[in-house]
Structures are given as C-alpha cells and as structure tokens.
Design a protein around this ligand. Structure first.
Ligand SMILES: NC(=O)c1ccc[n+]([C@@H]2O[C@H](COP(=O)([O-])OP(=O)(O)OC[C@H]3O[C@@H](n4cnc5c(N)ncnc54)[C@H](OP(=O)(O)O)[C@@H]3O)[C@@H](O)[C@H]2O)c1
Length: 281
C-alpha cells in the first residue's frame, strides 16, 4: 500500500510525513513535491508533482493507493490546480483521496472558503472515495504575531469578540496521519479544531501574563487592519485575506466545539499557552 503526500516539503506536509512514519513503513510513503531535492531529508521516496503541470501528474501517481492533497497556497489559482489533481488521481486509479479543506467550508464566513468548497464539490462529484479534513485556523497564525505585539505594545486585529478554536499544525498533521494509516474514513468529512477557544482579547491577556506587561487588544475595522498589514510590507492580497479572515472570525467562522480533532488523535489539542510560551521564550 502506497500513500502519497502532496506539499510534503511545506510546513504541514513535513509534519504529516513525520507522523505517518510513526504508523507505517517509510517505504510505503511517497512525497509528491515540486522540488525533489528539498524532499531528500524526509527519508521517503520523492516524485515530482506540480499542481500547475496537469500533464505530469498521472505518471507521478502510478501505484498510489491513498493520496493526501494538501491545499495549495496560491490564492485564486487553487481551484484549477486542485481540479487537475483530482482528475489525475481518478485516471491513475487512486483508491482514496484525502483533502485538507477549511473549517465549516459549507457555511464559513471566510472568503478563503470558496476555493475549498468548490474543491470539495468536485471531489465528491468525481466518484473517488474521499475524506475531507476541514482544518481550522493554525494557532501559529496568531501566535506568530505575539512578539511583534509585545514590541509594539498592543495586539491588533478585527476579529472582535469572535471565538477562535485554533490548533497547531502538528495536531492537524497527526489527524491526517491517523486517517491515512487507518481504515473507515471513506466518504467522511471531519471538522477539525482545537479543544479550547479564545477571543483575541483573551489571547492578548495571555500574552500580557507571559510577557509580564500589559498588551491590550485593539480591535480595528477590516480596512484599518488590512492597511496596517500592508504598511508592514505584506502583499495587498495577503493583507486583505488576513483581514477578511479576522472579520470571518468575528462572525464565528473560526469557532467549533465538536472535539473531533482530539477524538481522532486520542489526546487533547496543544494548548494556546504552551505554544505562546515557546514562541516568546
Ligand atoms: N488553517 C490555516 O490556518 C492555514 C493557514 C495557511 C494556509 N493554510 C492552507 O493549508 C495549506 C498547508 O499549510 P502550510 O502551513 O503547510 O503551508 P505552506 O508551508 O505554504 O505549504 C504549502 C505547500 O503547498 C505546496 N504547493 C503550493 N503550490 C503548489 C503547486 N502548484 N504544486 C505542488 N505543490 C504546491 C508547497 O510546495 P513547496 O514546498 O514547493 O513550496 C508547499 O509544500 C496551505 O497551502 C493553505 O492551503 C491553512
């Protein structure tokens, strides 16, 4: 049995390969990557795989039984890229297609959800056995701003009082490994999120506690927040996506209390305070 992992040189993908190696033999894992040299340190077979080169995908999928498609990171390009992977998987005879989507893709208020929902629909229409991992927000996204907030004296965003049930990449990666190494997940959709939710006011309070100085949360309008992110040098599209996602969070788009993730991985998700302590140490 061969398990293919796309995006295996990315942050989530590397963690999935690592977790999967604890469950199945390294010989049964295939990293499907844009740059096979960079995949060498994964310690598994690597094959060239670029979502934007549809003509090359089928050959790289020969012999793959289960495929994890890690959603691409080129916003606006992802739907045609994902459709190409689905078509290739069908042609190559992949038996189970696992896809990393977004939390509550069908009802999400985040603009990011569109490409994911369209991918899910195409996957279901393909006739392939599918498993949809609707990953929530990465804790690393917000924690990554903690040091900057301590330096600036405030944490900013536009998520209002929205509750965020984030989890670390390693938690989502472990869930993917459980699904890929196990049985019985065909034609199922999993809503994956952290066990404990927090507002950005609560996150700022935890940063304050750990930093030993008061870091308030300043809630901005979506436009103000996007403009500040642009002034930090973020590309316009990324700044606007992050601000839109915060607005989505203010409407509950990043909240979930199903505990499906911790049930799947058989342990609690990694607490925010732990991740924060590592980040600001
Ligand atoms: N839940 C969240 O909070 C959140 C946040 C950010 C992103 N995401 C989504 O989750 C995905 C995984 O997250 P991550 O942190 O691992 O992101 P990442 O580190 O940016 O990794 C993305 C991976 O996708 C691969 N990729 C991009 N375009 C590709 C293409 N045309 N053909 C083949 N591979 C391609 C990249 O390949 P290379 O290694 O060659 O660059 C990389 O390995 C992201 O791509 C995005 O869709 C989720």
């Amino acid at each position: 049995m061969k398990i293919g992992i796309t995006g295996a040189t990315g942050q989530l993908g590397q963690l999935v390969v690592g977790k999967l190696k604890e469950k199945v033999s390294a010989e049964s894992i295939v990293a499907l990557v844009r740059n096979t040299e960079r995949a060498a340190e994964l310690g598994v077979e690597a094959r060239a795989f670029d979502y934007s080169k549809p003509e090359s995908l089928v050959a790289s999928l020969v012999g793959i039984d289960k495929l994890l498609l890690i959603s691409g990171n080129e916003l606006g390009q992802r739907l045609p890229q994902h459709l190409a992977v689905i078509a290739a998987a069908k042609e190559a005879g992949v038996k189970q297609f696992v896809y990393t989507s977004i939390l509550h893709a069908d009802t999400s208020s985040l603009g990011l959800a569109g490409e994911h929902l369209a991918t899910e629909a195409a996957l279901k229409a393909s006739g392939l056995a599918y498993t949809i991992l609707r990953n929530g927000w990465y804790t690393e996204n917000y924690v990554g701003s903690a040091k900057g907030a301590i330096g600036a004296g405030a944490f900013i965003g536009c998520a209002g009082a929205g509750k965020i049930a984030s989890a670390v990449r390693a938690d989502y990666a472990e869930a993917a490994a459980v699904v890929l190494a196990g049985e019985g997940s065909e034609n199922k959709t999993y809503e994956l999120a952290g066990d404990t939710a927090y507002t950005l006011t609560e996150l700022a309070a935890e940063i304050s506690r750990q930093a030993g100085k008061t870091i308030p949360y300043n809630n901005l309008t979506e436009t103000q927040y996007a403009d500040i992110l642009k002034s930090f040098g973020l590309p316009d599209g990324l700044a606007e996506m992050l601000a839109d996602s915060d607005t989505g969070a203010s409407k509950g788009g990043l909240f979930d209390d199903s505990h499906v993730l911790s049930t799947l991985i058989g342990r609690s998700t990694t607490p925010l305070a732990t991740v924060l302590a590592e980040a600001i140490a």
